[in-house]
Design a protein around this ligand. Structure first.
Ligand code: ACO
Length: 324
């Protein structure tokens, strides 16, 4: 008998305000054509002034709990992947815990930037596998707009705000890939590249939050290679090929990165869930937002084999192979 975390429900929340490329072109020297051609992004959601990461996260978690038909009182683990916590401490996860009415178990934040959701999903699944949790909530939530230098055209056009969440529930199985649940996870980081994508501040250095700084071209190069490698690693674990996957839910950073990854894996573009055109890069929220969209509109069905993958600052990158 093997215990795995099965995804029992997916939820999402996007702030109401939508900012188009045309609006950004009035703020910095850019154009809709440049942004669409280089990134595939057409618009992004931006949190209202009084909306925080905890607000976005708790809305997504409530949506996921409702769809999973599980009460907050049954949740014994909540992991929030975020780069934009409400405060330096306590963990924003504890605020979300209180907001959703979860009073038992443990809640903590996890920081792996754009890979945060995949890292958090792997962590929660391991808690379930070793019997330390039965029902876990994993949420990726970001108000990344707060880390943006709105005068820097090379970064301000690329990011957005949002939150996505899943409920993971312990499921007994036979230990084969026919079982529903998280079949494998692979996580990596390489701190030698941390300066290619970072903030220029932090509590222990400048005592400020800092703004996001990125060497876009180098990040792009590493992203295509690392994402294809970690996907191959997941497939090789079970002797699969790209053709065996029903869906790929990738981190949504840039349409060209997604197309490059699909080509390398031999996956048709129709099997990739794409939200980057409407959400831009929402960092840790991007994978669960895309997953929630495709599950809740009926594209991804129970029993489908789905590969989640992400890459972010650190560098960090990882994958999760899931039988829905
Ligand atoms: N509008 C108009 N021109 C711009 C803009 C803009 N918004 N931003 C940069 N440019 C200019 C540059 O100044 C440069 O001009 P120059 O040649 O006169 O110096 C020119 O456009 C080309 O710049 P590049 O950086 O070479 O453009 P590139 O084709 O690489 O596209 C981009 C830039 C979109 C940032 C791309 O490199 C990219 O997507 N990189 C990956 C970034 C990423 O995914 N980051 C997310 C975090 S990590 C992750 O999530 C995987």
């Amino acid at each position: 008998m093997t215990i795995r975390g099965r995804i029992a429900g997916c939820g999402a929340y996007l702030p109401a305000r939508v900012v188009t490329n045309q609006e950004l072109a009035q703020m910095v020297d850019t154009s809709d054509e440049w942004i669409v051609e280089r990134s595939g992004i057409r618009c992004r959601h931006i949190a209202a002034e009084n909306e925080t990461t905890a607000d976005l996260a708790s809305a997504a978690v409530k949506d996921a709990l409702r769809r999973a038909e599980i009460d907050a009182s049954a949740i014994d683990l909540l992991i929030l992947a975020t780069t934009t916590p409400d405060q330096t401490f306590p963990a924003t996860a504890t605020k979300v815990q209180a907001m959703i009415g979860m009073t038992g178990g443990a809640a903590f934040d996890l920081q792996a930037v754009c890979s945060g959701f995949v890292f958090a999903l792997a962590t929660a699944n391991n808690f379930i596998r070793c019997g330390q949790a039965r029902n876990a909530v994993v949420v990726g939530a970001e108000t990344f707009s707060r880390l943006i230098d709105w005068n820097d055209r090379s970064t301000c056009v690329l990011f957005g705000d949002g939150a996505g969440a899943v409920v993971l529930t312990a499921e007994d199985g036979t230990g084969t890939i026919a079982d529903r649940g998280i079949l494998s996870t692979h996580l990596h980081s390489d701190g030698r590249y941390r300066e290619l994508l970072q903030t220029d501040g932090g509590p222990s250095t400048t005592q400020t939050v800092g703004k996001a700084r990125m060497s876009g071209r180098e990040v792009f190069r590493h992203a295509v290679t690392n994402l294809a490698d970690v996907a191959e690693e997941a497939l090789a674990t079970f002797g699969l090929t790209g053709g065996d996957l029903d869906w790929v839910v990738p981190h949504q950073a840039n349409r060209r990165i997604l197309d490059g990854t699909a080509r390398k894996l031999g996956i048709s573009p129709e099997r990739m869930v794409i939200t980057v055109d409407r959400h831009a890069n929402t960092s840790a929220a991007s994978v669960p937002l895309a997953l929630a969209e495709a599950v809740n509109d009926g594209r991804i069905k129970a029993g489908d084999l789905v590969l989640l993958e992400a890459m972010g600052g650190g560098f960090t990158w990882g994958s999760a192979l899931v039988r829905m």
